[in-house]
Design a protein around this ligand. Structure first.
Ligand code: XMP
Length: 342
């Protein structure tokens, strides 16, 4: 019979068999899939796993700290490298307003930073030689020699969608933008390949990951970068983070987290409208609340969040976030509207 206990035992054995004496690297995104994959591999090979979390500065309030803490608490022995890359991402995004251009820039910078972190780790392990300036080389027979694996949180639906066959694929570091040698390839470890999302959550809970990660709603890779309509700046991010934190706190307090698929909060940074506060006129920005229900994000309906909850969110945001003087609700289904605004 299928039990989470069996799945964990079986996967831990498989990972041990696959990795042998090798080492593994796993990128953490903050989402449940990469966290559960990492926790399984940590259980199998302990501190021969190194996790990498690239903080692009586009996460929500306190989120990066929570990821670090949750990870440390639940997977005791795993090593975690946190790369603070906020400045790099914001510099790259300066002046950019087009949504797809933002995505491309964020994706490109992400790969660069992640590959640099990988190269540093591999150099530390003696798998790579060189200082990284004139390029790195795979250490020959004199090097550490142990194989390095890349952990990915691929789920069963992803495998089916891509028509993928049996696992253990190799991926080449084909981008060659982050200082990895071109001939370096990683064998993939994909411990979630047979699982559906609900099973991944069950395994995560069993492994002791906190609810905030196990039940985390979907959040896009480009983060708040695609929730600021207009140019992304540190100041705008901070405004959006403040508003978003209030919306999330009130949704959680109302017990709505598991009923709602996700609730993007979107800052219309280039729009201003007149408001009034006390005796003074304000000329501030609107934020849009976009709560949706969905099964798979392919289609969605706007969520009928109780008026009292919406009212509390609106009152708090306009009272507590000085730059925002209007809160609007998106009542569009998908299609025709996408879930995100960009
Ligand atoms: P849309 O806006 O297309 O979103 O209805 C569908 C789901 O995908 C998420 N999303 C993204 N996730 N990178 C991601 O990792 C992206 O660029 C991206 N764009 C949208 C969105 O949050 C929703 O869950």
């Amino acid at each position: 019979a299928w039990t989470t206990g069996h799945v964990i035992e079986e996967q831990v054995e498989r990972i041990r068999a696959q990795v042998g004496e090798g080492t593994a690297i796993c990128g953490l995104s903050g989402g449940v899939d990469s966290a559960v994959a990492a926790a399984l591999v940590q259980r199998a090979i302990g501190d021969r796993l190194t996790c990498v979390y690239v903080d692009h500065g586009l996460m929500r309030q306190d989120e990066s700290a929570q990821i670090e803490k949750a990870f440390g608490d639940s997977t005791g022995g795993a090593k975690l490298v946190v790369v603070d890359a906020e400045k790099r991402f914001l510099d790259a995004l300066a002046g950019v307003t087009d949504p797809e251009t933002k995505r491309k820039i964020i994706g490109r910078e992400f790969i660069r930073v992640f590959e640099q972190a990988q190269a540093d780790i591999l150099r530390g392990q003696g798998v790579l030689e060189g200082d990284g300036e004139g390029g790195l080389e795979t250490a020959g027979p004199d090097g550490a020699g142990a194989k390095t694996f890349l952990v990915q949180g691929t789920l069963y639906p992803d495998v089916v969608e891509s028509g993928g066959g049996e696992g253990a694929a190799n991926i080449k570091s084909h981008h060659n933008v982050g200082g990895l040698p071109e001939d370096l390839s990683f064998e993939l470890v994909e411990p979630l390949r047979a699982l559906f999302k609900d099973e991944v959550r069950a395994v995560g809970s069993e492994l002791g990951l906190p609810d905030a990660i196990v039940w985390r709603q979907p959040f896009p890779g480009p983060g708040l970068g695609i929730r600021i309509i207009g140019e992304v700046t540190k100041e705008r991010l901070d405004i959006l983070r403040a508003a978003d934190a209030i919306a999330r706190a009130e949704m959680t307090a109302a017990g709505l987290d598991r009923d709602i698929w996700q609730c993007p909060v979107v800052l219309l940074a280039d729009v201003r409208s007149v408001g009034v506060q006390g005796d003074g006129r304000t000329y501030g920005h609107p934020v849009v609340l976009r709560p949706v229900t969905s099964d798979d994000a392919m289609t969605a309906d706007w969520a009928k969040v109780p008026y009292e909850v919406l009212s509390r969110i609106s009152t708090r945001i306009t009272n507590e976030v000085a730059e925002i003087n209007r809160v609007v609700l998106d009542v569009t289904s998908k299609p025709p509207g996408t879930i995100e605004w960009e």
